[in-house]
Design a protein around this ligand. Structure first.
Ligand SMILES: O=C(O)c1ccccc1N[C@@H]1O[C@H](COP(=O)(O)O)[C@@H](O)[C@H]1O
Length: 214
């Protein structure tokens, strides 16, 4: 199966279309006011409508109140909700059940023990997204974690690799970790929040090159 690609933090129609044209399987919209990639629900809904069938829309949120999350879901109708805040396992499982939406949980990886703790998400969310530990922002910091933490780990559920992935390092990341899905934001930008079409294409090309030369 080809490595799936998520381009996150898209906020303009042109770069969203470029990600789709370049072969992204997932496009990410950040609804988190502190992020330089934040989109309002109105803008997210407009962007969502541009996305063709077959490409999944991921709505990234952090610590929204239940009523806010419901409003976000109803406005955007994403395929996936990605959680980055202090949401409990029970709450994420309830969202998945009641909204019938795929759910992903971001996990900041600093050490192997974090992988053991992440096993509590098995059967509760659809995918865990391994990223560098949170800094000023809970994600989108352009920082990679030590991929060797994943060496030899038998993943008990679907997962994805994020954190500091760029066109230059994503091939090594796939070779090292065997990630089934790679997720980038800063690595395809020229400045925080400013996506670059050439970098988006280069990232997708690099993933396909890695798949072709395992
Ligand atoms: O992108 C953001 O601004 C963001 C804000 C808050 C939480 C998560 C965010 N982004 C996610 O973090 C990963 C890694 O980003 P990067 O490639 O290291 O910049 C990104 O793929 C998003 O899923």
């Amino acid at each position: 199966m080809p490595t799936q690609i998520k381009i996150c933090g898209l906020s303009m129609p042109e770069t969203l279309d470029a990600a789709v044209d370049a072969g992204a399987s997932h496009v990410g919209l950040v609804h988190f006011a502190k992020s330089p990639r934040h989109v309002t629900l109105d803008d997210a809904a407009k962007l969502r409508r541009r996305v063709p069938e077959g490409v999944k829309v991921v709505l990234l949120t952090s610590a929204l109140q239940p009523a806010e999350l419901e409003a976000a879901y109803l406005a955007v109708r994403p395929d996936v909700i990605q959680f980055h805040g202090n949401e409990t396992v029970e709450w994420m499982a309830l969202v998945r059940k009641l909204m019938g939406v795929e759910t992903w949980r971001a996990v900041g990886l600093k050490e192997r023990a974090t992988l053991d703790r992440a096993q509590r998400f098995v059967g509760q969310v659809d995918r865990v997204l391994f990223d560098a530990p949170a800094k000023a922002l809970p994600g989108g910091n352009g920082v990679a974690f030590q991929w060797e933490i994943l060496d030899g780990y038998e993943h008990p559920m679907d997962w994805a690799l994020a954190g500091g992935l760029t066109p230059n390092n994503v091939g090594d990341a796939i070779a090292r970790t065997g990630a089934p899905l790679v997720d980038t934001s800063s690595g395809v930008e020229t400045a925080p929040g400013v996506k670059d079409i050439a970098l988006i294409r280069a990232f997708c090309d690099a993933v396909r090159a890695a798949d072709a030369n395992p």
